[in-house]
Design a protein around this ligand. Structure first.
Ligand code: AGP
Length: 627
């Protein structure tokens, strides 16, 4: 994610901003910038640089070359517009009348940009943030004509902007004609205000606690649709009706290392909990309202409805968990769109002289966008003249740049080696592709389309509900931490879910595990089942529930200890298993998004119980850029 910081007080702002941004580097970024102004002059100095923060430090002599006691800063994780100095924040309007840093996504920025261009505004960047900055400028200049006092004028402009935009934001804002005053506003993206005392007297804003800890432990958590107006001496907070509100000042007791994980012990647990937001950020911008109905909008793929209708085959290619996403998505695509769908391990695909069809669409799935085998598979397809689409998390990564089109998963940086939120957002992206294909190919009617879209949009809240039950999984994991062999079994989508659950367990707990199509057990594997062997039975698919449960009975009768994973209502499973975790009901095709979460938690808690390095498991790298 992006990171924002701000300071207004007695000290020079630039060094404080740069140090605060350095504390947010863990969030991942590709460019950075600061805007600083001195109370004494109208001029706001903006310095931006692509790449690492050190480039900005060198350009500003570690901040000493930029004078001023009020400023805002930003580290950018590109979502709209490639990484570059131009696209780096801060973004500003003419004469820097309004200067903005932003963490989040403005979903309706194109329509806002078009409206502002019709009003004569010129845009210098490809970013969604610039649209917010110029929209603010437009409202601020309108408010100026009504003779409002400066603060009232600023609050009015910010409120109008918040009402107009859709999406998520934590904003730091300077108004050129209000020296010594910093504003901030929030919706969905985290934002705190720090109160600095003593020799640092003043106020800070930041995306996250680590950025302020060197200066203060006294913070205020800004909630949705709230606005802050800060000076050296004063902090004023407002609701969206511009009514002043009071909020408690909280003393932070974390140390800096813990704060980067927002209080979680490991990045993996933090990222597991980011899944609702990440899935929402990946789905929402691609679902638009049209004549009272919701439609999937994949215009970013540059594929027309005719292109989608003409596709002869979908081929999903990836490695590891990305491959498992493909295994799950195949069921969804084939059942909804009735188009043949193959799934390939990239490392196998590139060496098996694949037979490619002229009208097939190859989808390369990759969190890092740098996996060597997946990149090689992409190049092989492009050499054959096959159309390629990347589903990637890292903006402007190699796979993203070399594919014919890209659908970004807006999960934000994923630090833990074991993928969780990227997996979930890749699934969400492929659900959208499946529904789009089904609609343009006439395979589903309007009612089914609307039902599927509603079910997708409910997934984030349902993932939250699964997470609220995590202590039950923790209890079971602590009992099972000494297991030597674990089997995951399921049928259909539940087999795909089993593959991911098994990999999660193997890679961070070092316990041998296998995922098996439940119907295959009697063809060999069941000989391995003996007293005490843990079997995780995944049974989220109503049509296959009875069959999977009968497979569970088979292994239970041979001594297995059974963990049953199913949906609320399927209580008959308790006649067979030793322990059950239920997930909320959803359309059976989207069950993976919910059922994978308890399996992520199971692996996490077992790894913790064994005292292992959850975020950096042995022998593994976050991105496998070599064969
Ligand atoms: C999953 O937890 C692993 N980290 C690994 O299997 C990973 O999914 C695989 O290496 C693919 O990486 P990519 O998504 O960055 O291409």
């Amino acid at each position: 994610m992006c990171g924002i910081v701000g300071y207004v007080g007695v000290k020079q702002a630039a060094p404080i901003l740069l140090e605060g941004l350095a504390k947010l580097e863990y969030r991942g970024y590709d460019s950075a910038g600061i805007a600083v102004r001195d109370a004494g002059n109208e001029h706001v100095e903006v310095v931006k640089a692509k790449g690492r923060l050190k480039n900005l430090m060198e350009m500003t002599d570690s901040g000493k070359a930029v004078r001023g006691t009020c400023g805002i800063g930003h580290t950018r994780w590109a979502t709209h517009g490639e990484p570059s100095a131009v696209n780096a924040h801060p973004h500003y309007s003419r004469e820097k009348r309004v200067v903005v840093v932003h963490n989040g996504i403005i979903e309706n920025y194109q329509e806002i940009k078009a409206a502002l261009q019709r009003k004569g505004y010129a845009f210098a960047t490809q970013t969604d943030t610039e649209a917010a900055a110029l929209l603010l400028d437009s409202y601020y200049s309108e408010a100026g004509r009504s003779g409002m006092a400066p603060r009232e004028r600023a609050l009015s402009a910010i409120r109008d902007m918040m009402i107009r935009v859709r999406g998520s934001y934590a904003l730091g804002i300077l108004f050129g004609d209000q020296p010594g005053v910093m504003y901030a506003a929030r919706k969905d993206s985290p934002l705190i205000v720090g109160r600095c005392d003593g020799e640092l007297a003043g106020h800070m804003i930041a995306s996250d606690v680590p950025a302020v800890l060197s200066y203060t432990r006294n913070v205020v958590y800004i909630d949705n649709l709230e606005i802050a107006c800060l000076t050296q001496e004063e902090m004023h907070l407002y609701n969206i009706d511009c009514e002043e509100i009071e909020k408690p000042v909280v003393e932070i007791r974390w140390d800096a290392a813990a704060a980067e994980k927002e209080g979680y012990e490991h990045f993996m647990m933090k990222e597991i909990h980011e899944q609702p937001r990440a899935v929402r950020d990946t789905l929402s911008p691609r679902i638009r309202e049209e004549d009272g109905a919701k439609r999937v909008d994949l215009s970013e793929t540059n594929l027309t409805d005719e292109d989608f209708a003409a596709i002869s085959r979908i081929r999903l290619i990836g490695c590891g968990s990305a491959y498992h996403v493909g295994m799950a998505a195949r069921y969804v695509i084939e059942q909804l769109a009735r188009v043949p769908c193959d799934v390939d391990l990239a490392s196998e695909f590139r060496y098996r002289s694949p037979i490619l069809e002229e009208r097939e669409l190859v989808v390369i799935i990759s969190q890092s966008g740098e996996t060597a085998d997946s990149l090689a598979a992409l190049r092989l397809c492009k050499e054959s003249g096959i159309r390629t689409l990347a589903v990637v998390n890292v903006v402007s990564s190699s796979i993203a740049r070399e594919a014919d089109a890209v659908m970004y998963t807006w999960a934000g940086p994923e630090i833990s080696v074991a993928t969780t939120k990227a997996y979930s957002t890749q699934l969400a992206a492929l659900y959208l592709l499946a529904v789009k294909l089904a609609v343009v190919r006439g395979q589903i009617d309007e009612a089914r389309e609307q039902e599927l879209i509603e079910q997708m949009l409910e997934l984030p809240d349902k993932i939250e509900r699964v997470l609220s039950d995590k202590e039950r999984v923790q209890w079971f994991a602590n009992k099972m931490a000494s297991c030597k062999d674990v089997f995951f079994i399921g049928r259909g989508l539940d087999y795909a879910i089993s593959l991911e659950g098994s990999l999660k367990l193997k890679e961070i707990s070092y316990i041998h595990s296998e995922a098996y199509a439940a119907g295959e057990l009697k063809h060999g594997t069941i000989s391995l089942i003996e007293d005490g062997v843990l079997v995780v039975g995944v049974a989220t698919q109503p049509e296959l529930f009875e069959k999977v449960v009968s497979n569970m009975v088979e292994v239970r009768s041979r001594g297995a200890y059974l963990f049953g994973l199913t949906t609320y209502g399927q209580y008959a499973i308790e006649d067979t298993v030793n322990f059950t975790v239920y997930v909320p009901r959803t359309d059976a095709l989207f069950a993976t998004s919910l059922a994978v979460v308890p399996l992520q938690l199971l692996a996490y808690y077992i790894s913790c119980a064994k005292g292992l390095d959850v975020d950096k498991p042995r022998n593994l790298a976050k991105s496998v850029t070599v064969e």
